[in-house]
Design a protein around this ligand. Sequence first.
Ligand code: UD1
Ligand code: UDP
Length: 381
Amino acid sequence: MSKLRIMSVFGTRPEAIKMAPLVKELAGREDIESICCVTAQHREMLDSVLEVFGLKPDWDLDIMTPRQTLSGITSRCLLGMDEAIDSLKPDMILVHGDTSTTFAGALSAFYHQVKVGHVEAGLRTYDKYSPYPEEMNRKLVTAIADLYFCPTENNRENLRREGISEGVFVTGNTVIDALKTTVRKDYVFAAGELNRLPYDSRKIILVTCHRRENYGQPMEDIMSALAHIARTHEDVELVYPVHLSPVVQECARRHLADIPNVRLIPPLAADEMHNLMARCYLVLTDSGGLQEEAPALGKPVLVMRRETERPEAVAAGTVKLAGVKHDSIAGMAHELITDPAAYAAMARAVNPYGDGLACRRIADAILWYFGRGKRPEDFRA
Ligand code: UD1
Ligand code: UDP
């Protein structure tokens, strides 16, 4: 029997971090030829992940442009994918999550009548414009996919309510698989200043912010809340690796550049980021991935968004929604900085998002689908 050719398609930093362990797992299976096509919707931030995980793409669409629009990303991906699929002839395409690459990858697979597996399926906020455009991307990919790899039981339930129960697996999130390969107690940072941070004498607050629905007033409020937190608490140090989006760069610099206890630094390599998270005091973020990683590392998270598609860690008590208003972000951060009991109540390691075996389950499920193995057991938190 010939090998199944499984093509993973991704383009942004978080997709790459979450797909890297899966590409490797697939490559280790006898019955599978694992190939990898990157759209490079992100360029530098993608290349950094490829380097950390030692991945070499078989195809690179290289589509990123400065300040790219949603239609620009989608159309360049679609055109590029035509050639990639015609040349590489995959049996199945795997896409991840909810980016424009994810949507275009799935749509292109459908146009070529290639089966689609959706990794990180079933997340929902039920608000079409938040996160934007991700909530709609997820729904569109759900309509196209043949296999659904849900991180949690709650995600499976979301799909069931939409009438989808065939080809659905609860696998855990592959980000936990990735974390298990990057976080080390004795890790030494390549960026020297991270080794010298005052981890013992000050509270290190790790910050990220990038969402499109926060562009404009919400991002102004977020950045001014961060400035207020730094100015009113001498015992904290904000470490903020700033996303390369020019919109974010401009806003962050305008509010935060001249504050002594705020460090604006370039985006970190994934292993640096994961180990910094493991050592910090608190995480303030609007990122999806950080909401999954920080709870596994026992770090409290304040989410600077109006909603979250990841309610599991909120239910477990380690993540709270802080909204996008200045006073609410500043007030909730103040409580966690000054009230040890409030902090201790949130600083517990929980693993609602996985046990590190998601990639194994996904590979097993793909082989089962093609009649070459047993159906995997679901992940249970
Ligand atoms: C994208 C995804 C979002 C995901 C985020 C992860 C879409 C619509 N959005 O948002 O779901 O949460 O990635 O970070 O798919 N840039 C660089 N170099 C890079 C990366 C970005 O210069 O390596 C700059 C470019 O000017 C680019 C801009 O950032 O045009 C925005 O990138 P884009 O992928 O369009 O949006 P993100 O906000 O990164
Ligand atoms: N990340 C990183 N370097 C950084 C910021 C984030 O490696 O400077 C990692 C982070 O640990 C997580 C992923 O990137 O694994 C999240 O990406 P991002 O916040 O850009 O996107 P989202 O998860 O919101 O889609």
